[in-house]
Ligand binder design. Structure first.
Ligand SMILES: [Zn+2]
Ligand SMILES: [Zn+2]
Length: 404
């Protein structure tokens, strides 16, 4: 690294590497065959891994000095993060790799030979550092972990490393888990327009519980389900909240709003800004929602859920007939649905088996807010009709060409 001439050797070598890479970036891309291309990708990755190792060595030397202090930083990580434009986590990982490398000769050899990627190496080095701090950790042997690193994907190797840390020091492992549990939090940040931003942190077990509850609900629901993954997670969370049964929503609206008349005000819902008439209608279908219907003078016309809610017998018959959401292709079972009035009760629709159909949260939304129609036909069961496209009211001038 240093030939006695001072620090210039390292700098010269790095400068030469940069020049070589610049040349590589500027050359016209050669027309490689597919086998040459894959070899080239592997070569480039190996070069990047070697550079990471060289960086880690230098980072550890820097961290061992007090240079960062003289430069006015509170830690070497802070300096590296800012001046080398990295995350704090990546800076800390680089220092750990550089510190552990001398004790990991076989792993270093595997990295230099291109058999081990830098990400695996960094994970192994971090685990080594952690195990060495445990009782008896000074006899750390890299060989068992290296065998696993060479055999497994990064995510599987991460699990192996976690097991190794637990085996080395279960008490410390528990302390780390307990610490994460302390960090748990969920922020519900209401926006001015009534929407809600969620932000939070769950410990691994809490996170796993939430995921295992949401996962089955967030799967694609039928071939025509075009929601993004994030939209499916969001829908699953709302569905879970509704299914919990303890969500006591109260919607307040005028009869005009409920019937969707022009000029009617919006509806009201607790913890929410005013809601659209179509949403009022959807919530009013739902037996778990308390409805307060007002007349034009704000006098209460109708409260509660007793009326227009299917009787226990109708409900049983509805479940037996529909079995689940009636939307074609939807697989939500009956317990995850709400009875929808094909003709809304506010418009004179009956709460009878013929006028009811079970719909899951998403498809109930599609019918009310989304403008889809459900038609029950004798031979085809339930048929869905997409919303009619809205035609502009603006008339075309006689000299204006028609837009096709
Ligand atoms: Zn409905
Ligand atoms: Zn459905």
């Amino acid at each position: 690294m240093c030939d006695g001439e001072g620090k210039t050797t390292n700098g010269d070598a790095t400068s030469a590497v940069i020049v070589a890479i610049e040349r590589l970036l500027e050359r016209p891309r050669p027309d490689l065959g597919s086998s040459e291309q894959t070899k080239e990708l592997i070569r480039l990755r190996h070069a990047a891994d070697l550079l990471e190792l060289a960086f880690a060595r230098e980072a550890a030397v820097f961290a061992a000095s007090n240079e960062y202090d003289e430069l006015g930083f509170v830690s070497p990580i802070q300096w590296i993060r800012q001046e080398c434009r990295m995350t704090g986590h990546a800076a800390a990982a680089a220092i750990t790799v550089g510190e552990q490398e001398p004790a990991l000769p076989k792993s270093t050899q595997a990295l230099r030979a291109g058999k081990l990627g830098f990400s695996h190496f960094a994970l192994l080095a971090g685990t080594a550092a952690s195990i060495k701090e445990s009782p008896g950790g000074d006899e750390f042997d890299e060989a068992p972990l290296l065998r696993k690193a060479l055999a497994h994907s990064l995510s599987r190797f991460r699990r192996e490393c976690t097991h190794a840390r637990h085996a080395a020091d279960a008490r410390r492992f528990l302390e780390e888990q307990t610490q994460m549990e302390e960090w748990r939090r969920l922020e519900l940040l209401p926006c001015e327009d009534g929407a809600l931003v969620l932000r939070g942190f769950l410990d691994p077990v809490g996170g796993a519980m939430l995921r295992s509850a949401l996962e089955p609900l967030a799967r694609r629901n039928g071939a025509s389900d075009e929601r993004t993954k994030e939209q499916r997670w969001a829908d699953a969370l709302v569905e879970l909240a509704r299914h919990g049964g303890s969500a006591q929503l109260q919607v307040t609206a005028t009869l005009e709003t409920l019937r969707g008349f022009d000029g009617a005000p919006a509806g009201e819902l607790e913890f929410c800004s005013p809601i659209a008439a179509a949403t009022v209608q959807r919530l009013a279908c739902d037996a778990s929602v308390t409805r307060v219907i007002l007349d034009a003078d704000s006098a209460v016309l109708d409260i509660g859920r007793a009326r227009r809610v299917p009787s226990a017998a109708t409900r049983r018959a509805l479940r037996a007939r529909d079995r689940g959401c009636v939307w074609p292709g939807c697989e939500r079972p009956a317990s995850w649905t709400a009875p929808h009035h094909l003709r809304h009760w506010a418009d004179g629709g009956d709460t009878t088996l013929e006028n009811l159909a079970l719909l899951c949260h998403r498809h109930h939304w599609k019918v009310h807010e989304g403008g889809w129609q459900l038609v029950r036909s004798r031979d085809q069961g339930v048929v869905t009709v997409p919303p009619m496209p809205e035609f502009g009211s603006r008339a075309r001038a006689p000299n204006e060409p028609a837009v096709v």
